[in-house]
Design a protein around this ligand. Structure first.
Ligand code: PMP
Length: 395
């Protein structure tokens, strides 16, 4: 069969092979990007579901508008206002997870051969999605304070990219948080070079201590001419439930209109039922309570993982402990003549019944093979202790 040429731009993810091994009995997994199902607010979601099916069954089970379920767009407008983001309901469209927002951005913006700047490392599915549209990805360096803005400016000048894709708050996989100062610089760059900046923000609510700096979208009010160059992608996946498949996008009207047009031909609209459940859930006022629980649990797990990594792996591994999100991004130092290739380390870790993801697939190019990602979201404290001890044995 003759498939479309665009498929040549992507490959099935190397980590799928790894995920097949996760079913091994007794394995402790730090590999997935899943939130902990034990933290889902099942009672709240049940209450919300009962209410929408009792009050509005005809509408929630019917076809709906591509732009989204209006009560949810209104609820999101209020939810975003709490983060300092002023967005009217008509400036928000809902999407089938934020993954779809990224796909719609790719579909509406990227011509084959267009340059797109992403962080090194960045979210694997964004790399694949933008490549499917033929993007020529250029990588910008990242440290614990997020993308390095001087380097980013040089890359913008050199490559004249169609867009810049960033995860400013608790990156996947980097865990990094873009500093306030750098956020302002990014906005200045967006306005100065008139380049679209995509702010992907699924983890921004998962902070452990201090509230992170405002989102780029919130800060855009302070940087003249920047807002029209921003597209913000939000998601309920990591705060409520990924199975609901509810995300959203906030952007300037022409981008939203084109995204809506493309969405029409893709899934017509996001499920009314799950959108209505999310809207009702927001209206119940339970999100803050559920989030508080998630933050405390993940903060404890992150602390445990940091302590255990130091104890069990010592100077063989370097990392900076994240202040939120779900991931540690670590790197093998090769100290004491130990392993420096994280893919080899991952294989030996599987033999010891512990799994993580080697870092190379998260790099659009020039992979740093010493890196790897550990998720602390789904393992409880005892499993984290045991799993990191096994990592120590594998090394
Ligand atoms: N962006 C990032 C950075 C992610 O890590 C994820 C999920 N792992 C997504 C987007 C997509 O999330 P969803 O489609 O579930 O909203």
């Amino acid at each position: 069969m003759q498939f479309a040429d665009r498929l040549k731009n992507v490959e099935t993810s190397a980590i799928r092979e790894l995920f097949k091994l996760l079913g091994k009995p007794g394995i402790i997994s730090f590999a997935g990007g899943f939130p902990d199902p034990a933290l889902f607010d099942v009672d709240g979601i049940r209450q919300a579901t009962d209410a929408v099916l009792s009050n509005n069954p005809g509408a929630v089970l019917q076809y709906g508008a591509t732009e989204g379920w209006n009560p949810l767009r209104e609820g999101l407008s209020a939810h975003m206002a709490k983060k300092g983001i002023a967005a009217r309901p008509d400036e928000i469209i809902t999407t089938t997870g934020s993954q779809q927002a990224l796909d719609l951005i790719g579909k509406t913006m990227i011509n084959p051969g267009d340059k797109v700047i992403v962080e090194a490392p960045t979210f694997l599915a964004t790399i694949q999605c933008f490549r499917l549209y033929g993007a020529d990805l250029v990588t910008a360096p990242v440290d614990a304070d997020g993308v390095q803005v001087d380097a980013l400016e040089k890359l913008i000048v050199e490559h004249k990219p169609k867009l810049v894709y960033l995860i400013p708050t608790f990156g996947n996989p980097s865990g990094a948080m873009l500093s306030l100062e750098r956020r302002k610089r990014v906005l200045e760059l967006a306005a100065k070079y008139q380049v679209l900046v995509v702010e992907d923000d699924p983890y921004g609510e998962l902070f452990f201590g201090a509230t992170p700096p405002p989102t780029l979208l919130a800060l855009s009010a302070e940087v003249p001419g920047s807002r029209e160059w921003l597209a913000y992608c939000g998601s309920f996946s990591k705060v409520l439930s990924p199975g609901l498949r509810v995300g959203w996008m906030i952007a300037q009207p022409a981008l939203l209109a084109n995204a809506v047009m493309c969405k029409q031909f893709s899934d017509a609209h996001t499920s009314n039922l799950t959108q209505a459940i999310a809207a009702q859930y927001l209206a119940l006022g339970r999100l803050d309570g559920a989030l508080a629980q998630v933050r405390v649990t993940y903060a404890e797990r992150a602390q445990m993982m940091a302590d255990c990594l130091r104890k069990e792996l010592g100077d063989a591994v370097s990392f900076s402990a994240p202040q939120g999100g779900m991931f540690f991004w670590a790197s093998l130092t090769g100290a004491g003549g130990k392993e420096k290739d994280a893919a080899e380390f991952a294989k030996r870790a599987i033999d010891k019944l512990v799994a993580f993801v080697p870092g190379n697939p998260f790099f659009a190019n020039h992979a740093d093979r010493s890196t790897f990602r550990l998720s602390f979201a789904t393992a409880d404290l005892a499993k984290i202790q045991e799993g990191v001890a096994r990592l120590g044995q594998a090394l």
